[in-house]
Design a protein around this ligand. Structure first.
Ligand code: 13P
Length: 257
């Protein structure tokens, strides 16, 4: 009943017009033909409009990688929800690479404002949560991730939360080639993430919200994740930059179908 989502987070890659166009034109048709799973490409801002334009006549959706919470203002370098609302359907919020102190130091409070602003503008947030290695090894995963979910969704209504996408991305699994096991990811996503949503907003909203796994997902391991009941798709980094992203999406659809 929950339509799976496979979202490709390009991060700071493929941001030049010609390389982005070349890549998207190459995968557009076969990616468009896959049924049963929503596909989302999240390119850098420099090519967001260009990618959105070449995907216009397709069923492939576009997402941004971040945004500010205000509509406009003196915020040098920022992009607002109003600027994005006609350009894309999704927006990644609170990625661990932006929460990191040495990067953008995004706090739970800022993430909450962004989630609210996205929903208020008709954008679907892909809210990222996940523990680091030290927290994982110290047995703090449940408390930390549960806290991130509660803080990010604070003040929302159940009718809003049910439309959200939440990505569980353990930081130690991102870009390391060391993915979580499907069983471990499924447990955190069900017990901790969906559990926190259920506690705060009720079981109906918790069952409707889509929860993705992210962290070293590739064409070989996607089927294992998709066969788990709590895993509604994946947020894919490195493997979304290669043509076999299409095969990854096909396998995701085949596992669910
Ligand atoms: P990788 O798939 O490269 O590990 O990245 C995951 C991620 O951070 C997606 O947002």
């Amino acid at each position: 009943m929950r339509t799976p989502v496979i979202a490709g987070n390009w991060k700071m890659y493929l941001g030049q017009t010609e390389e982005a166009l070349g890549f998207v034109r190459g995968i557009r048709q076969p990616l468009n033909e896959v049924d049963g799973v929503e596909r989302v490409l999240c390119p850098p801002f420099t090519v967001l409009a260009t990618v959105a334009e070449v995907l216009q006549a397709t069923r492939i959706e576009v997402g941004a990688q971040t945004m500010h919470w205000e509509d406009q203002g003196a915020h040098t370098g920022e992009v607002s929800p109003r600027m994005l609302q006609d350009l894309c359907k999704y927006v990644i919020i609170g990625h661990s690479e932006r929460r990191a102190a040495e990067a953008n130091a995004e706090t739970d409070a800022a993430v909450n404002k962004k989630v609210r602003a996205a929903l208020a503008h008709g954008l679907i947030p892909i809210l990222c949560v996940g523990e680091n290695l030290a927290q994982n090894e110290a047995g703090q995963t449940e408390d930390f991730v549960g806290g991130q979910v509660r803080a990010a969704l604070e003040g929302l209504g159940a009718d809003e939360v049910r439309t959200c996408v939440i990505a569980y991305e353990p930081i130690w699994a991102i870009g390391t080639g060391k993915a979580a096991t499907p069983a471990d990811a499924n447990r955190v996503m069900g017990v901790v993430v969906r559990g926190a949503v259920s506690q705060q907003f009720g079981e109906e909203a918790a069952q409707a919200a889509r929860i993705l796994y992210g962290g070293s997902v590739n064409v070989e391991n996607i089927a294992g994740f998709m066969s788990m009941p709590e895993i509604d798709g994946a947020l894919v980094g490195g493997a979304s930059l290669k043509p076999d992203f299409v095969e990854l999406v096909r396998r995701a659809a085949a596992t669910r179908g």
